[in-house]
Design a protein around this ligand. Sequence first.
Ligand SMILES: [Zn+2]
Length: 376
Amino acid sequence: MVTAALRLFALLLALHASFDARGAEPAARVNPSRPGSVSAPAATGASPSGAIPTTKIGGVEYVSVADVATRLSLRLATFERGRRVTLTGPSGRAELENDSRDITVNGLRVFLGDPVLDAGRQLYVSRIDFERCLTPMLRPGFGVPQRRELKTVVLDPGHGGRDNGTSVNEKTYALDVARRARRLLEASGYRVILTRDSDVFLELGQRAEIANTNRADLFVSIHFNAVPNDSRTSGVEVFTFAPRAQHSAEWWSLKRKDDPHLELTEMPVNRFDHWSVILAHTIHRRFVTDLKAYDRGKKIAHWGVLRSLECPGVLIECGFLTSSAEAKKIATSDYRQKLAVAVANGIRDYATLVDPPRGKSAASSARGPRPVKAAN
Ligand SMILES: [Zn+2]
């Protein structure tokens, strides 16, 4: 089968300058007007399942939601004279709205790389969003080679040493959550490696290198968030590395063309986008449903710590240390244990999709994973 993951990607191993979310503004919900004109449909073989008609809108390749529904065997329903649609299948349901990047998948907030657009009496999503976001979330494992069984997990406590992160608490709590998650995952039989197990400084590229040299099967970078002079903003965010030519959630707007982090070529980690998105989705679901954390969304960003990974990887923001309410919770070992359990269970959920139990479909097994018990 010809698949997206098998296409020849340019592997640029150079480490680029990276940036961090420290002090980043919360992502705005951007509702753009429609860019550019619509050109005639063309066919491409670049979708996860072979040729699908594409239409160029504002220089970006788009596919119709009707074709997405057909290709992924989903049921398409239309509301509000076509302004909103739902795509429903055995693995879940997505709700999309015209002129928005902000969609809902399985009840979770998800940011696309390009806005949903109405181009001729039906909605379209960008081909990259179809392949790298909707497909892994709605048809996990579809059209890509199967991953090997999950054995080695690398957990990356953000910051360390002279790099405190948003505050000294960030590097301290990140390490604490990583250690707790390690205990839970080791008890489940996984080999777990921490990029740092003490208060030491590591370059971003070194962290990915530790994962690569240990042949990690997945990588989770653990962080806490902050907004200066704002004690109200709270919630969790889960990031994957942005696909080629897509802007990070914070940087995107119709008029803004000056994103210094935009990548025009595939980075090494982009080869694993399908699986990174599944991992993001399973951890995201645990954060929101088990922890009842406020959902700030699954986003894309050009995180330097993920760029050169040779395995699926995500960066998680476990809450705001500047939020008076959330910081109080995070300061307790009880809540940090709950965070660790959510991370470990999200990884377990991912594992059931990578290596489904015999006789069960990936979709059904993802709903009933064997959970890690919460224990201090
Ligand atoms: Zn951080």
